[in-house]
Design a protein around this ligand. Sequence first.
Ligand code: SF4
Ligand code: SF4
Length: 322
Amino acid sequence: MKYVSCKHLEHGIAFFSRNIECCCISSHEGGGQIECVHDYFGEPIDWDNFFAQRRKIRDLHKSGEIYSKCKGCYYLEERDWDDEDYFCEMLIGHWSHCNCNCIYCYTDEDKYYFNTREFYHIGPVIQDMLDKNLIRNGGEITFGGGEPTILEEFEDLLNAFISHGINNIRIHSSGIKFSPAIYQGLSEGKVTTIISIDSSTPETYKRIKNINTFSKVRENIEKYAKANGPLYVKYVLMPGFNDTLEEIQGWLEHCQAAGVKRVAFDIEDHWFKANRNHIPQHVYDLFDYVVKNHSYYGLNEYQLYERAMNLREDRKKCENNG
Ligand code: SF4
Ligand code: SF4
């Protein structure tokens, strides 16, 4: 049936530290944060009840109304939805522990709190979902908490997804700990992995990450690159820390030497918001450099995150108006 809905409302699930929601989208008029299970800490789930609750919102949309928390959300679209009960969009974000200390991370606000916050084992509930065939391909499974590789159950969890045939899993990792399951997933093309190194020298790395693991991360990037899969090595530009051409060239040279084929480039969020109306010329130039020269470094693909795309769009508008 054709009606206005969204992929998360139809087939999404997001595990957070104390509850389960439909999605992680919240910056629109309705505010999102649609809670499906309240006060959750890894307990078994009654799926019939879960889907019955979800159906109430689906039925509202079928009747032509929009659920209050979804109002104004850019994920809403009118199309033929399949009306089945399963998940293909999943966020695993129930923990915040990390083995890195990026100064731009939300956890930097209170590292001790985020590194000691209690979290639950998610493996049993995921296995239950796989056993009941409730997880299907067609969307994306994302790990979005702290560092996934340090979760005790991570290897088993990822192997369970891979052996079930799930083919679109996205993992952000600090790259400090090597994961054989990530390597396997990369080599099968099922796991996209993003490692943000943000530097080309141990000194710059330490200033941004507050830890001396530069060589370890480079070594692991080299290992993962051998899997020939969708590995992205990322650079978050932080003006005042890593915004020199030499640093960026060194980063690209290392990617090339390691056999990396994809990079991602972004600009640090807080700095971007505070400086959006007066971005220095050299920042635009660094973005142009990566875009124009990526193939020179043997890269097949560069990915610009939304902020970086906005930055390039802003400049185009200025050039056109000026
Ligand atoms: S419409 Fe927006 S808020 Fe509602 S479920 Fe979809 S993504 Fe979440
Ligand atoms: S690696 Fe990710 S989760 Fe860990 S501190 Fe850096 S940004 Fe935060």
